[in-house]
Design a protein around this ligand. Structure first.
Ligand SMILES: *Cc1c(COP(=O)(O)O)cnc(C)c1O
Length: 356
């Protein structure tokens, strides 16, 4: 590869993060969430390193089939269920567990001709108002589903809107209990934040995503700093140019940065077309040759400029960590006004990926 940028997937970090999930929720089974192509890491690159999990959860039928064809035999959960009734044939063929969040899906399940029953997750809307039945509808829906020959094992699921907050799941849990009244059912409620911070929500299956990749569900790295979670992806590149600025000189598009004095800066082969956030302002952290420094001015499509003041030894070819072990993806994200989730999912296809 000629251009020096590369994303590195750390298989040991994936394994360790899954182990930390196990320790956090020792009595629950684990759906490892690998939607959005494994949060940008590439499902086919990562799933074997997470194969100690009890199941994989995702939402794209194609990705589910890909997992089956690569040899994954244990459960796969479609988090949003099927999108059209004609997909049921494939759910049947590939033995996929499906969420059921709407009445039309119930009717489709009733009508389908399946070779064997499918396990289902009945989704309850516990306040987020995204997908799911209202708690007071669940009893009726549950009984109807249970009566169908096409339905196997049933589990109640919900998704939390703000599980990173201390009081964030109190009301949603009440809604779940309302829905579950008299059902004596299995439950799957906990995303990463609830897996880490709300053991009372663990129940039968937890569904962590972001923590498997070593980023924080709250968007703040400090919140997981003591957890042992490790970044599963690093993005690195090199310095490909050096400029010696005079006092007052501007840098990059719009001259968004001006040197207050003479200053040595580096040009790094990484830009927003690689998935680095264009909104990252001057001051976003980077590590150059092991030394922490910062971006200067606007991020270009293919390049960015960085302050070499603390890195006198840096020159052409010096390694730059954009995110990874020393600059957490959460730090870059919060500097740019977003969350680690978005950055990892947005890693551009043009970036070469290696797996260590
Ligand atoms: C994405 C998702 C998860 C995982 O969320 P994280 O915050 O990444 O842990 C769990 N459940 C559902 C339904 C999801 O859509």
């Amino acid at each position: 590869m000629s251009r020096p940028i590369v994303a590195t997937i750390h298989s040991a970090a994936l394994r360790q993060n899954l182990e930390i999930v196990r320790r956090a929720a020792p009595r629950s089974r684990v759906w490892s969430v690998v939607k959005a192509n494994g949060y940008g890491h590439g499902i086919d690159r990562i799933w074997q390193h997470l194969s100690d999990t009890d199941g994989f959860a995702l939402l794209n039928l194609e990705e589910a089939i890909q997992l089956r064809e690569q040899g994954w035999k244990k459960p796969i959960l479609l988090l949003e269920g099927f999108f059209h009734s004609d997909e049921l044939e494939l759910l049947d063929r590939y033995r996929l567990t499906t969420s059921v969040h709407s009445n039309w899906q119930l009717q489709a399940l009733a009508k389908a001709r399946l070779s064997a029953p499918l396990d289902i997750y009945v989704k309850v809307n516990s306040g987020m108002n995204r997908l799911g039945f209202m708690p007071e509808q669940v009893h009726n829906v549950w009984e109807k589903l249970r009566a169908l020959d096409n339905v196997g094992e049933m589990t109640l699921m919900t998704h939390f809107a703000e599980a990173e907050k201390e009081e964030g799941i109190i009301e949603p849990l009440k809604q779940v209990e309302l829905a579950a009244e008299g059902l004596n059912c299995r439950r799957s409620l906990a995303n990463s934040a609830a897996t880490l911070w709300h053991p009372e929500a663990h129940f039968d299956w937890v569904r962590p995503g972001i923590i498997l990749y070593g980023a924080s569900p709250s968007g703040q790295w400090q919140d997981i700093a003591g957890s042992g979670l490790k970044p599963a992806m690093s993005l690195t590149s090199e310095i490909i140019g050096i400029q010696q600025l005079r006092s007052g000189a501007g840098v990059g598009y719009g001259y968004r940065y001006h040197a207050a004095a003479e200053q040595r800066i580096g040009v790094v082969a990484c830009g927003y077309a690689d998935g680095y956030p264009r909104h990252a302002p001057t001051g976003t952290p980077v590590v150059i040759d092991g030394v922490r420094t910062r971006t200067l001015g606007a991020i270009s499509m293919d390049m960015m400029m960085v302050d070499l003041t603390p890195c006198a030894q840096a020159g052409i070819g010096t390694k730059v960590e954009l995110w990874g072990d020393r600059v957490k993806i959460d730090e870059v994200a919060s500097s740019a006004g977003t969350v680690g989730y978005e950055l990892m999912c947005a890693l551009a296809p043009r970036v070469p990926v290696e797996v260590l």
